[in-house]
Write a protein that binds this ligand. Sequence first.
Ligand SMILES: Nc1ncnc2c1ncn2[C@@H]1O[C@H](COP(=O)(O)OP(=O)(O)OP(=O)(O)O)[C@@H](O)[C@H]1O
Length: 294
Amino acid sequence: MTKRTPIRFIINPTSGPKSRVDVPACIQKHLDLAFFEHEIVFTEYAGHATQLAQEAAAAACKIVVAVGGDGTVNEVAQGLLYTDTALGILPKGSGNGLARHLEVPMKIEGALQVLNQGHIRTIDSGHINKHPFFTTAGIGFDAYISSVFAGNKKRGLQTYLELVLKEVLTYKHQTVKASINGNELDTDCYVMAFANAAQYGNNAYVAPMADIQDGLLDVCLVRQMDLIKALHLSYSMLTRQLANEDSAEYFQTKHVQVKTEEPMLFHADGEFKGKSTSFEVHVEPQSLKVVTPL
Ligand SMILES: Nc1ncnc2c1ncn2[C@@H]1O[C@H](COP(=O)(O)OP(=O)(O)OP(=O)(O)O)[C@@H](O)[C@H]1O
């Protein structure tokens, strides 16, 4: 009898909206058990998923599946960077940006079928001040929202949107010096988003043209905000269009440096990471294997 392929599921029990789906039972029912030898583990604390993924990669596990939102996907993927072990995703968050970009089905049965098909691609990752990200990172308004959201007891899309609406016109831009593709830019910065994937999650497209395998990050710079820009940007993001140049500018690059006078907040994959006056952001091309639909 041929040996079955090892696959480890890492479940974040705290991820996403409350759901009645019994994930271990679905895995048992829909995973191809003749092909896979599976193991299910649960995270016990923030950061645990990286360790659980690293252990699996060191033991030559073929696929490690993140069961959670983009925070869990980020932690698992960090443990798999530059290994032969591929990341799989069972989306269970409220945004699911990487899963949506890769067209992994949002329903668990469909996502398990993608694992059964076992089609593997290699994608880029981004790094902001040494923190890896796979979907987006950013400084300014989006990081501010992630910092407030992190301290919120209530989670989910509705809470997130309420927070954005409350803060969008009161958050103030700052002055930054940015170096992008050798061009020096002295500019106001309301938000500077670095996109490896095209969307933040929830099909909100911050960089509609971003290609996750092109060895480049797509940078979206919004210098200042007002009501008209806020409406235009929301419409563009939700209809997967580039915003007009009064509202946003877009660049493609391998490396960005940003210096700020006052410390600015930053996030990686929606997780608040702290503040700094200096940012180094770069792409690591072809650094992560992922299981995707054909
Ligand atoms: N057992 C655990 N207890 C507490 N926190 C955990 C545990 N396991 C993982 N975490 C943390 O939970 C955070 C949120 O995870 P994740 O993004 O997957 O869910 P979510 O925030 O509900 O989803 P979304 O980002 O889509 O709203 C991660 O940053 C991770 O560090």
